[in-house]
Design a protein around this ligand. Structure first.
Ligand code: MSP
Length: 504
């Protein structure tokens, strides 16, 4: 599994919209590692182009100074959010430049690159051309609501128009190539309207990668940005590494679907490479019903939420409450409610109760014995259901998958009520049953720790340590390690509450 996020523009600081894609990718990557799949997770920063060059001018610094500063902000925020990326690509790195130039040579060799004059309306924020009829009233870009600029220059073009049939055939043969279905239909509709050739260079700008055969032109920022997905894994400098990783699953926002599902696969085909494995597009995260933007002053930085909810509370909320595909609305109240209900109550209280009973009734150590009452069977069935539900992560069914995993905690809380350990503890004849009950509860927490690890890696590990287990919660393959069995007889240290309640 080779999973990528978009590379983020460094004209803007990271906000929870950018973090959404990266957290989704991280849960996916951690899930695949947990399943025992060879996994590689890539993210990075998109550092060339007019938009970045202008942002530097406005900030009164050189482009290099700006990109160094903001790229570091991205790295820091991914550290804060426990993102397990295997690599971080910056498009100003030498390996990227080498790979881009090799890719351009391959494109040129296909015979589908030619020189022509371009005239059009350009949105610098999108780094993209628009047709007059696609603009809002007053000639504004539909995404950024800013004025577009009239451009006219000599550029190299890629003959995208020649690839429509090949793209449609590929989409037809690979139903999940563009996910979800609605996005696939959108892409098919767009291709069927007929594709226009596409400018791949810029002459009025020098903050970019020179076209190898014409140093008066730099590569169009979108073209070189897309190439990060292959240059980062070795294209043009380490063929063996490239062959072992490609093709990728690209996670993208809906606004950049066409670049990924139309232009990029066509460029790959022209260069003689396999298309991506999949392009999975999500909606926007809205704040107060609007897309976050600098101008709307509604951007939220992940650190502002992590301060209150912790990194795992943060990750859980965006995966549990935002469906992958449609737009989702962020609300503080919704986040507090979710945290208190699922984390502080269902999971946090369960762990508290179990640790305190194991300490009080058994001085921290429970024999390895299993019960076989109906109540035991129900708990075991819930654990099997949770194990099954986790597989939904691989299909982008994040809320459904987590709901399924949480049924285990619900079942364990019901099991406590059904078996009333406090009553068993009063009667010496019930000592054997009390051992079985406490063992089953510890086992439910052990299984739970493994199952939450893709989404809440830090808490999973903390719970694991509180259970006194050796190693880590995220050991593959989870289908075996998270199968409900008997909890080993050993000391259970317990510890501080995992999720202190948040007062509203
Ligand atoms: N640099 C290009 C991507 C090049 S990939 C070869 C770019 N960068 S971006 O920083 O503007 O956006 C990166 C990603 O963040 C996109 O997938 C975009 O959809 C996502 N998001 C930015 N704001 C968002 C929200 N408010 N909500 C969800 N995702 C959003 O485009």
């Amino acid at each position: 599994m080779y999973i990528t996020t978009p590379i983020y523009y460094v004209n803007d600081s990271p906000h929870i919209g950018h973090a959404y894609t990266t957290v989704v990718g991280d849960a996916l990557a951690r899930y695949h590692r947990l399943a025992g799949h060879d996994t590689w997770y890539l993210t990075g920063t998109d550092e060339h182009g007019l938009k970045v060059a202008r942002a530097a001018t406005q900030a009164g610094v050189t482009p290099q100074e700006l990109v160094d500063t903001v790229s570091t902000q991205y790295r820091d925020v991914w550290d804060l959010l426990d993102i397990s990326n295997d690599d971080f690509i910056r498009t100003t790195e030498a390996r990227h430049r080498t790979g881009v130039q090799a890719f351009l040579e391959a494109l040129n060799a296909s015979g589908d690159v030619y020189l022509d004059r371009y005239e059009g309306l350009y949105c610098v924020s999108c780094e993209d051309y628009y047709k007059e009829e696609d603009l809002l009233e007053g000639g504004l870009c539909p995404i950024h609501k800013r004025a577009v600029e009239q451009y006219s220059e000599e550029n190299y073009f890629f003959r995208l128009s020649a690839y429509g049939d090949a793209l449609l055939a590929h989409i037809e043969a690979n139903p999940d190539f563009v996910y979800p279905r609605t996005r696939r239909n959108e892409v098919v509709g767009f291709i069927k309207q007929g594709l226009e050739d596409f400018s791949i260079s810029r002459s009025a700008l020098d903050w970019g990668i020179p076209i190898p055969w014409d140093d008066r032109q730099v590569t169009y920022v979108w073209v070189e940005a897309l190439m990060n997905y292959v240059t980062a894994i070795g294209y043009g400098h380490d063929d063996a590494a490239f062959d072992s990783r490609w093709p990728a699953v690209h996670l993208v926002g809906k606004d950049i679907l066409r670049f990924h599902a139309v232009i990029w696969p066509a460029m790959l085909m022209a260069a003689g490479l396999e298309p991506p494995r999949q392009i999975a597009a999500h909606g926007w995260l809205l704040v107060g019903g609007a897309k976050m933007s600098k101008t709307a002053l509604n951007q939220i930085a992940p650190a502002e939420l992590v301060e209150t909810f912790g990194v795992d509370g943060y990750r859980y909320h965006f995966l549990r409450d935002v469906s992958f595909g449609p737009d989702g609305n962020f609300s503080w109240e919704g986040m507090v409610d979710r945290y208190n209900a699922d984390l502080a109550n269902d999971l946090g209280n369960l762990a508290n109760r179990v640790f305190s009973m194991v300490g009080r009734y058994r001085s921290g150590s429970v024999p390895a014995v299993q019960g076989s009452t109906e109540s035991d069977e129900r708990l075991r069935a819930a654990a099997a259901g949770a194990l099954e539900a986790l597989g939904g992560l691989a299909r982008y069914d994040f809320p459904e998958s987590l709901l399924g995993v949480w049924r285990l905690f619900g079942a364990a809380n019901a099991y406590v009520e059904d078996n009333a350990p406090w009553a068993l503890a009063k009667n010496p004849d019930d000592a054997g049953r009390l051992d079985e009950v406490l063992n089953a509860l510890l086992e439910a927490l052990r299984v739970g720790a493994i199952l939450i690890s893709p989404v809440m890696p830090a808490i999973a590990h903390r719970l694991w340590e509180q259970l006194g287990l050796p190693g880590r919660a995220d050991t593959a393959p989870y289908t075996e390690t998270a199968a409900f069995d008997v909890f080993p007889a050993q000391t259970v240290p317990g510890g501080d509450p995992l999720f202190p309640r948040i007062d509203t």
